[in-house]
Design a protein around this ligand. Structure first.
Ligand code: PLP
Length: 457
């Protein structure tokens, strides 16, 4: 069967079940506050056997066993509405029926599962469709490099390629940035407590203030120009500038479009590789498929992971602009570069991007979120809305203590939301793009009530 025939078949199957696109949980999933949130789960084996490094399970002490749509289900049957979405890896919710069907069919047909970087049918379909349906319509003519299984692998590849291509070593990153915790990416990550854990020197990266942040605007591009034009600045012309167009772990801050365009221009003038890290902000999370689209800027290298794998399956890719693919064959190997199941799930997710019902729902959800938080201001609380990423900043309204209280209060009532940013004082709402509007509204109402309760203390 040709690729085209495959595509037709999958599209027909998709249309026949287009209601699946909208599948989600119901708003009734929220519990009354008087109901105990969770029975003490049998978690001893984790305490006894699992490494002390585990973290999310400490904030959310529940033993999860299944999930559907935007609902997580604990072993004891307790349900949780998911405003966390696997830190952005589940933009299409849990076990999306359409995507799951493709994956199950692949497994049942004894489709290949592991193939390093062999040519395979599943990879061919992904490459072909991702190019035609996502990249080309956005004027992106990048090549695709399949990296190891997780986001940091794409960041490592990007930094290494930029260095190889330019022959330079230095990199510029930004305060507030998060790019992963392997050695190269950690050097670009700004979190000092995470950096400390490296136990070694994390050199060759200079952090500049992000043009927007808790202290307001900063003339970063002026500073960068000054560094690059002053031969006594102490800052070498770098191989790359790496940024999240929307800093997510940093507290949901979007670089102003004008600054991003100016950064593109500076990079062009000095032959610096511009790397956009789309690992959390991409795949529709903050508006368009990519967060940089609205600025009309084309990055040289783009890292994509998390939700690209459709169902939360591991996948991590680097998009490489024409003329920058300076790798020689075998320069950057890795055993798990070809997760075939993730390719299949990724194609299932691409079907959603062809569905008007999905696009309408994502647009309506983002609009609901923006309108809700605009219309429900709270004293001292700043809310930053970027599509389906909402940062509720409590820095000047109770700080970390208030954020922790809101997270715990919501959890007890059946909603999972996390905090992030400086001193973990920013609530970060990451509902799936497929969340039903009434669930989305109820979730926001619950979080708003939690905020009012925390702020009244
Ligand atoms: C922007 C960004 N880059 C890189 C990473 C690292 O991805 P991973 O945790 O899959 O290695 C993350 C993870 O949250 C991220 O948000």
């Amino acid at each position: 069967m040709t690729v085209l025939a495959d595509l037709t078949t999958s599209t027909e199957a998709f249309e026949a079940s287009s209601t699946d696109v909208l599948e989600t949980s119901s708003a009734e999933a929220f519990r009354s506050p008087s109901t105990p949130a969770f029975a003490t789960p049998p978690t001893q084996v984790f305490d006894n056997r699992e490494s002390a490094v585990r973290s999310y399970c400490r904030a959310f002490p529940v033993l999860l066993s299944s999930a559907h749509g935007t609902t997580l289900v604990a072993e004891d049957g307790t349900e949780y509405v998911d405003f966390f979405s696997g830190a952005g890896a589940l933009n299409y919710g849990h076990n999306h029926a359409h995507i799951k069907r493709q994956v199950v069919a692949h497994l049942e047909g004894d489709g290949l599962l592991h193939a390093l970087d062999f040519h395979t049918a599943a990879k061919r379909e992904f490459l072909d469709r991702f190019g035609r349906e996502i990249l080309e319509p956005r004027g992106l003519h990048h090549r695709v490099q399949f990296c190891g299984s997780t986001g940091t692998d794409a960041v490592e590849a990007a930094l290494k390629l930029a260095r190889k291509h330019t022959g330079r070593t230095q990199v510029i990153a930004f305060s507030g940035a998060y790019h992963g915790v392997s050695r190269g990416s950690l050097a670009a990550t700004a979190d000092l407590s995470l950096r400390k854990v490296a136990g070694t020197h994390l050199g060759e990266v200079t952090h500049l203030p992000f043009p927007v942040g808790p202290r307001g605007a900063f003339p970063t591009m002026d500073l960068l120009e000054q560094y690059l034009t002053d031969d006594l600045s102490g800052v070498e012309v770098p191989a790359a500038v790496i940024l999240e167009v929307v800093q997510m772990e940093g507290g949901v801050y979007r670089i102003p479009d004008a600054d991003l365009r100016r950064l593109r221009d500076i990079c062009d003038r000095y032959g610096i590789v511009l790397i956009a890290d789309e690992i959390q902000a991409g795949c529709g999370r903050t508006g368009g498929f990519f967060s940089f689209e609205q600025a009309g800027v084309v990055p040289d290298l783009i890292t994509v992971s998390k939700s690209i794998g459709g169902l939360g399956l591991p996948m991590s890719i680097l998009l490489i602009r024409e003329g920058l693919d300076s790798w020689a064959a075998g320069d950057h190997p890795g055993t798990f570069r070809g997760n075939q199941l993730a390719f299949v799930a990724a194609c299932g997710a691409l079907d959603l991007w062809q569905s008007q019902a999905f696009l309408d729902q994502a647009r309506d959800g983002a609009e609901l979120l923006r309108a809700f938080w605009e219309n429900h201001p709270l004293p001292g609380v700043e809310v930053r809305c970027e599509g389906h990423a909402i940062g509720i900043d409590l820095t000047h309204a109770g700080g970390r203590q208030a954020a922790d209280a809101v997270v715990a209060w919501c959890f007890e009532r059946g909603l999972i939301v996390e905090s992030t940013g400086r001193d973990k004082a920013v609530l970060k709402l990451l509902p799936a793009l497929t969340m039903e509007l009434d669930v989305l509204r109820h979730g926001c109402e619950l979080i708003h009530e939690a905020l009012r309760t925390a702020l009244s203390r």
